[in-house]
Design a protein around this ligand. Structure first.
Ligand code: NAD
Length: 535
């Protein structure tokens, strides 16, 4: 059954508001190429209003400001948001408990209530699939990750109450010093299209947990579920202005945030090219930035690896979400002695990937996000061909799909290290292969990149894996796997892959600033000017 995409405006100060200009951006389902709705195109004036709302919520008003409320208070909202995203009855139980008559019928009510929420969970996932073209199973898993991430940061918000004041031990007896961890202020959160709600959650949850107020600017290519997050915030009565969601083009709605005097920090996820623009603009006001950017991550397969297991991780590491993952391990380095056999296995695995309408059961490869991105990937493939690379598998539109931006999983060999297909982030289902003969050569090839996000190694020799872990210049290392990601563990890269880390306690620190507080405790005067200092 077709799921209608809700028509939404901008979410500012706790309510839906028309943008100042009446411009709309079409929402296109990449699997069908149909326009399924539209979104508001915000401009600098709308951003100003959203920043004002966030600033008011940060500082407001009869002691009810978000920034100085307890972590426990903020955690209640994060949990409520999580419950609305996921199947959880807590919010309903809380509401029912306030009315004892209804509470009596709780058991009777549980079944229909849980069914309603299940529906909502799959509704969000379906909207994500319609908006991005990713398989529904992936979208469901994304929604589960969003819900658990909100819950995780609810716990960290509560723990923050105990850690907000840290005593520092100093030598000078007449002074006492402590350090306060405070919310950094109003934060602008700018996110990409590949995991629309999840990338937003990785920022919104820790920012709100820390006591910041926020303006979220999702990608103009996929904003639907971020707007639904706004609706969820409205439904759980999140205080107005704590989270504002402003949709629109990067140049019109994103750029004004980087230069806004009242935005205290920018947290950006997107391409390295845009990250440079954001950082350059923010530098004018010495505005702190954290950047989660692109990647070109290697996966090394050694001769002692179990080839079937290695093949599945290699395929998963590059073709999951159509290769549209910043950390996709898209450069395969395989030991020469096993290369022929391993490549055969990769081709077999690729043939078994179900490419279909992403709503279809069992789909494992959906559509590319947009026509522009489809053309970009195809042009990388044709340039590689013209430069002498071999398309071992794929490289074209699947013949059975006449509409939609679909590309076969693609494996390319005979690649040289100077080719753009080897050096640049393609952000599509394209795996490039090179062979190596020694461990040192493999490490050198792995590090020969401007990026430094993820790196995977597949080998039974754990000492070798340890050596690789130390030698590789990346923010994340996977041993005998590729891509797993956890709320508790830091995520982010080195070199042109970014600055800072998301998730875990590191994700929370992104939104906290440090204040030193020193107290003169002696009753004696300082005496610096009254008597000369003894030599
Ligand atoms: P993008 O850089 O085109 O856009 C990202 C966001 O920036 C969008 O919301 C866009 O509207 C906005 N934007 C564009 N121009 C802007 C400007 N001048 N000022 C402020 N904002 C502006 O990236 P994309 O195509 O949406 O996403 C794909 C990229 O994201 C890939 O490079 C991928 O590697 C990266 N990514 C990185 C991570 C990570 O964790 N490192 C995660 C997901 C995606």
């Amino acid at each position: 059954m077709a799921v209608p995409v809700p028509s939404r405006q901008l979410f500012i100060a706790g309510e839906w508001r028309e943008p100042l200009l009446e411009k709309r951006i079409p929402i296109i389902n990449p699997a069908t190429e149909e326009i399924v709705g539209d979104m508001a195109a915000a401009t600098a004036e709308d951003v100003d209003m959203a920043v004002d709302a966030a600033r008011t919520a940060f500082f407001r008003n009869e002691g009810k400001d978000w920034s100085s409320a307890s972590g426990a208070y903020r955690a209640k909202f994060l949990r409520a948001i999580s419950d609305m995203v996921y199947i959880n009855l807590m919010i309903i139980i809380v509401k029912i408990q306030s009315s004892s008559a209804i509470f009596f019928f709780l058991d009777l009510l549980l079944l229909p209530i849980s069914m309603q929420i299940l529906e909502r969970k799959s509704l969000l996932a379906k909207l994500e699939t319609i908006d991005t073209g990713k398989p529904l199973d992936e979208a469901i898993s994304d929604m589960e990750s969003c819900a658990s991430c909100f819950k995780y940061y609810a716990e960290l918000a509560e723990a923050l109450d105990l850690k907000q004041k840290i005593t520092v031990s100093i030598q000078q007896q007449s002074f006492k010093t402590h350090v306060l961890k405070e919310p950094i202020g109003v934060v602008a959160l700018i996110t990409p299209w590949n995991y629309p709600l999840l990338m937003a959650t990785w920022k919104v949850a820790p920012a709100l947990a820390a006591g910041c107020t926020a303006i979220l600017k999702p990608s103009e290519l996929a904003s639907v579920t971020c707007l639904e997050l706004a609706e969820i915030c409205r439904q759980v009565d999140l205080p107005s202005g704590v989270l504002n969601v402003v949709t629109g083009l990067g140049s019109a709605a994103g750029a004004p945030m980087s230069t806004h005097r009242h935005v205290d920090k920018i947290a950006f996820t997107g391409s390295t090219a845009t990250g440079i623009k954001v950082m350059t603009a923010a530098a004018q006001l010495i505005k702190p930035v954290s950047l989660e950017l692109g990647g070109k991550s290697p996966i090394l397969v050694f001769e002692d690896a179990d080839l079937d297991t290695a093949a599945e991780w290699t395929i998963f590491g590059c073709f999951f979400t159509n290769g549209q993952i910043c950390s996709a391990t898209s450069r395969l380095l395989v030991h020469e002695s096993i290369a022929a056999e391993f490549l055969e296995k990769l081709v077999d695995w690729s043939k078994n990937i179900k490419i279909s309408d992403p709503m279809e059961e069992g789909c494992r490869l959906g559509a590319i996000i947009s026509e522009g991105q489809y053309e970009k990937i195809m042009s990388f493939i044709s340039t590689a061909k013209s430069e002498g690379a071999t398309i071992l598998y794929g490289g074209a539109r699947p013949q059975h799909l006449k509409k939609g931006f679909f590309i076969e999983p693609t494996i390319i060999t005979d690649v040289s290290t100077s080719m753009s297909i080897w050096r640049e982030e393609i952000f599509g289902p394209v795996l490039c292969v090179k062979t190596f003969t020694t461990e040192n050569e493999a490490i050198e090839l792995a590090n020969d990149t401007d990026y430094g996000l993820g790196a995977a190694v597949i080998s039974k020799d754990l000492e070798r894996c340890e050596r690789f872990t130390k030698a590789v210049q990346s923010g994340i290392v996977w041993i005998n796997c590729s891509q797993p990601c956890f709320n508790e563990a830091p995520w982010g890269g080195n070199k042109r892959s970014g600055i800072g880390r998301e998730l875990g306690e590191w994700g929370l620190e992104n939104y906290l600033s440090i204040k030193q507080v020193t107290h003169y405790t002696s009753e004696k005067p300082l005496g610096w000017y009254s008597a000369p200092r003894k030599q």
